[in-house]
Design a protein around this ligand. Structure first.
Ligand code: KG4
Ligand code: ZN
Length: 314
């Protein structure tokens, strides 16, 4: 089995995945509650919490799989992109573990990990396909021809789709992370109550900052009482605009897949009945997707990985 470790943002995660792509354990300790008070992830707080959680989460993954380190043939870890201090906790843990067992180490790109959530069983999706990757940090349209990589067709020029959800939720006085909160509230609202603009950018790129500003202006016009009354309509209309912008980019593509935290959105999922959707538990950050991607990356043999570094940028 491959042991995967993910600590790039505010989830401390470990998973065990077989070469064939069967998940034997998938443990995610979310720090969301810890960061909620600040309305977003505080990098230094995240790093400290990863340090506290990484060993217990690793133990739990092994016990969930009924496995020991003897069953692990390689250690995979997210090395980029992400919060540098957070990444370093996972990379250091992975190095220590691999080195002490003389195992190979497999560095994984977090975005490749999100795409590889589609390669796990039972979905086991085969390229080629066009992949929408929409998360808190990234929004990209990818051309996937083989499991080892992808080509970027378009990306966001400003905010990521998940970031738009999170910032919108804050403007509406909802909790963090905002995507799920807006998703739930939107079910009670009218998506046509407000006509929020969907930015039209040339090519295959995305833009969400104008939408966020439109919501800000709409909210500003309301008294607190009016806002309470219209909150569900605002959430529904705002979500509808984000989903439209995402779905529009997939028009004309032959085989479509969607991954990343925003892929959990119920309106987006309903809008794409023919697409391959990452399974719900694998949309937001997890380590099973990291171990899955590792199956298509060259391992670094023992002990050549001690100098391996984490990188904040994609
Ligand atoms: O992939 P992910 O866990 O982390 C990153 O790599 O960024 O994505 C987290 C993002 C957050 O912005 C969160 O608000 C959003 O995914 N999200 C959702 C939903 N669940 C999570 N957005 C819309 N609807 C949801 N149901
Ligand atoms: Zn992610």
């Amino acid at each position: 089995m491959i042991l995967g470790i993910e600590t790039s943002c505010d989830e401390t995660a470990a998973a065990l995945v077989t070469r064939e792509g069967d998940i034997r354990a998938n443990v995610v300790a979310s720090q969301a509650d810890l960061h909620a008070a600040y309305g977003g992830v505080v990098p230094e707080v995240a790093s400290r919490r990863h340090l506290e959680l990484v060993n217990p989460v690793l133990h739990e993954a092994l016990s969930e799989a009924g496995a020991t380190l003897d069953d692990v043939e390689a250690v995979a870890v997210t090395t980029r992109p992400g919060l540098i201090g957070a990444l370093l906790v996972g990379v250091s843990a992975a190095k220590a573990l691999a080195w002490s067992r003389r195992l190979p180490l497999i560095p994984v790109d977090h975005l490749h990990g999100h795409v590889a959530s589609l390669y796990l069983r039972p979905l086991d999706l085969q390229p080629p396909f066009t992949c929408l990757l929409a998360s808190g940090g990234h929004t990209m349209l990818l051309d996937v021809q083989e499991r080892g990589g992808y080509r970027v067709l378009g990306t966001t020029l400003d905010d990521a789709a998940g970031e738009a959800f999170d910032k919108g939720a804050r403007l509406l006085g909802l909790g963090y992370p905002g995507g799920r909160e807006i998703d739930l509230l939107a079910r009670e609202g009218d998506p046509r109550a407000y006509d929020f603009p969907v930015a039209r950018v040339p090519g295959l790129d995305f833009s969400f900052s104008g939408l966020k500003t439109a919501l800000l202006y709409a909210v500003r016009k309301l008294t607190p009482e009016q806002l309470a009354e219209r909150r569900a309509d605002l959430a529904a209309s705002y979500q509808h605009a984000i989903v439209r912008a995402l779905v529009e980019r997939l028009e004309g593509a032959e085989r479509v897949a969607v991954v990343g935290g925003v892929a959990a959105n119920s309106e987006l999922r309903a809008a794409l009945p023919d697409a391959a959707l990452a399974p719900l538990p694998l949309c937001t950050d997890n380590a099973a997707m990291i171990a899955s991607a590792a199956r298509y990356v060259d391992p670094i043999p023992y002990p050549g990985y001690l100098e391996l570094d984490a990188r904040a940028a994609a």
